[in-house]
Design a protein around this ligand. Structure first.
Ligand code: AGP
Length: 615
């Protein structure tokens, strides 16, 4: 998390920095700051809260803003220390000569702080970044060279970082370094840019150098030098950036989240395009690099992901096991990385990530790479760190997702997993589900129209949201392939409305959670005609008997059962196996309208960030 930006050239640095930070706000938004350098004069401006607070402060600093052409900036998601102005970046050393912004976590910052304190350094913030600033400054004292100081400092730092530093004595350069945190250098004509992510610089340049872990760079107006871990000069490829400078706009929607929910029919079309031509064609998945012979040897699948992507992975388990007949484990990346995992060359590992920058998932993938497993990455960012680790890259191309709450990227991940499961089945020559698959393919082709039909009439969901917005707790239940939908629906509600919501397998209700049920605990049940329909209905009866308010999301409820529900949202019919793709839209909308009704900051909920680049 946290966003970094840097600029050196002839433009007004403040404008580039603020524009860049506005495109990085998804990475954190609890405070921000910039440092502007004019010769040996450096001015630092910081503000607590959203970026608009910093912009407000800069309004009467026109003098420095219009005359500085070098600067670095930062938008923060707090890890060490409260989200206060003092903890906001940039940070400096005692003599204020070295100025630093940082993304990541310095794991040995306490030890370093003790050593530096013993050397006479004084700390004003609670951050790990300030420790790094003092450390680099201390090394500068010995070397009188910012590059060398950075090279020495990073050797002493454990943990993850992307650094961007300037020094008053070297006003012609920005020195950068990276390890396990994203950093890209945008290459311009007589100007250069540094950023955590491409959207921050794409309006200025389409060419960039990606730093690799362990590299340190010196960025000047007309040159870029990169050094490897052994401090030897090296050459990184200049790459063409995969984006157009698109105006990221809400297109008339009140929030990005609502816009992104409404984009999901097109997202499905995009994912299917070129892969699923018609119901009687085989799936084409050119991105998948394993031969049919190797696919036949796969003994197990392991899916690693976090949050919403993890829920997509849980749906993936159902369909991969059913169609491809391969035992599939799904695990939060943060758990996977701290135990002995069993994987080998006959294991297929699937990393799922919207951002492609989630630290836990990157670590899991790096660990398993050493075991020679084939690694598929399903991501919305083909330019991400995770994408670069892939043996087979499945970009989902959902388009930039701005709202912190993942919606359309989840849909894209789901559809990609359907494609993958069917592809594995077809490559293995499994015939058992032939007719079912023909039907599923047809349903996938028709899915965008059904999504549009659902989205055309959302009044019932709006009314439901208003009716239930005052409840403090929610339970979501489902079984089978919709169990992950219950988890995802609950996650959506809690992350944007701050209402306590938990998803359970409906069969688990009676093993504990039922104790919480009374008239103050709404239970939302997901029912689709399929193997578990009657079972979920029975679980609804159990909830009803405890006087819980009962909301049903279903494709069908028999007239005799309708009275069981206080409220019922009926959705277009799809087969049970594909129903997670429609059910989730109702749950996304319900969460959205409740949060909106409560006046919450829907697109930027408190304490969260879009890209979780710390473990
Ligand atoms: C979803 O709404 C959340 N913002 C969060 O759970 C997210 O899915 C998780 O942090 C994983 O991110 P990734 O998909 O970018 O790896």
């Amino acid at each position: 998390m946290c966003g970094i930006i840097g600029y050196i050239g002839d433009r007004k640095a403040s404008e580039v920095l603020i524009s860049g930070l506005s495109h990085l706000e998804y990475r954190g938004y609890d405070s921000s700051g910039i440092a502007l350098m004019r010769g040996s004069d450096v001015q630092i401006f910081k503000a607590q809260g959203k970026l608009k607070n910093l912009i407000e402060i800069l309004k009467d600093k026109e003098d420095v803003c219009s005359s500085a052409h070098i600067g670095i900036g930062h938008i923060r998601w707090a890890t060490h220390g409260l989200p206060t102005t003092i903890n906001a970046h940039p940070h400096t050393c005692d003599c204020k000569s070295l100025i630093l912004v940082h993304n990541g976590i310095i794991e040995n910052y306490q030890e370093l702080k003790e050593e530096l304190t013993a050397l006479g350094c004084h700390f004003v913030s609670q951050t790990d970044t300030e420790v790094a600033a003092h450390l680099i400054a201390h090394e500068y004292g010995k070397t009188k060279n910012l590059l060398k100081a950075m090279q020495q400092a990073v050797k002493k730092i454990k943990g993850a970082f992307a650094f961007c530093a300037i020094h008053k004595n070297e006003p012609d350069r920005i020195v950068v370094a990276k390890r396990n945190a994203p950093l890209v250098i945008g290459v311009g004509q007589d100007e250069n840019f540094i950023a955590s992510d491409i959207p921050a610089i794409i309006e200025y340049t389409k060419k960039a150098i990606y730093l690799s872990d362990g590299q340190v760079g010196v960025v000047k107006k007309n040159s870029i030098e990169i050094y490897d871990e052994n401090d030897l000069i090296t050459q990184n490829k200049i790459e063409n950036l995969p984006f157009e400078a698109i105006a990221i706009s809400k297109m008339g929607y009140k929030h990005f989240m609502l816009k992104e929910i409404h984009e999901q029919s097109d997202v499905v079309r995009n994912v299917l395009s070129g892969k699923l031509i018609s119901h009687d064609d085989k799936i084409k998945l050119e991105e998948f690099k394993l031969t049919p012979e190797k696919i036949k040897k796969i003994q197990r699948v392991q899916i690693v992901a976090c949050g919403t992507s993890l829920h997509a992975g849980m749906v993936g388990k159902y369909i991969i096991e059913r169609y491809a007949g391969i035992p599939t484990d799904v695990e939060p990346s943060s758990e996977y990385i701290y135990r002995e995992t069993i994987a080998d060359e006959n294991t297929l590992v699937i990393g799922i990530s919207q951002s492609g920058e989630t630290a836990d998932t990157i670590t899991a993938i790096k660990q398993v790479k050493e075991k020679n497993s084939h690694i598929i990455i399903i991501t919305n960012r083909a330019d991400s760190t995770m994408a670069r680790l892939a043996d087979s890259l499945l970009p989902v191309s959902a388009g930039i997702e701005v709202s912190v709450a993942a919606t359309k990227s989840y849909m894209a991940q789901l559809i990609s997993l359907y494609m993958l499961a069917i592809y594995l089945m077809e490559q293995k020559g499994i015939e058992k589900y032939h007719d079912e698959i023909v039907n599923l393919k047809q349903e996938l082709i028709e899915l965008p129209n059904k999504i549009e039909a659902l989205l055309e009439n959302t009044n019932d969901i709006k009314l439901l949201a208003k009716k239930y917005s005052s409840y403090k707790d929610f339970i979501f239940i489902a079984r089978g392939i919709n169990f992950p939908s219950a988890l995802e629906g609950a996650l959506k509600l809690k992350e944007i409305s701050y209402i306590n919501a938990t998803g359970y397998g409906a069969g688990e209700l009676k093993h504990g959670p039922i104790a919480m049920l009374d008239e103050n605990m709404p239970v939302l049940a997901i029912l689709n005609q399929g193997v578990v329909y009657d079972k979920v209905l029975s679980n609804c009866e159990e909830a009803r008997a405890r006087q819980a308010k009962l909301i049903g999301v279903a494709d069908y409820v028999a007239p005799k059962d309708k009275d069981l529900f206080d409220d019922l949202i009926l959705i277009p019919h799809v087969s049970d196996i594909l129903s997670p793709a429609l059910n989730i839209i109702v749950l996304q909308l319900l969460a959205y309208y409740i949060a909106e009704y409560l006046g919450k900051d829907v697109d930027q909920p408190r304490n969260l960030a879009k890209s979780v680049t710390v473990e």
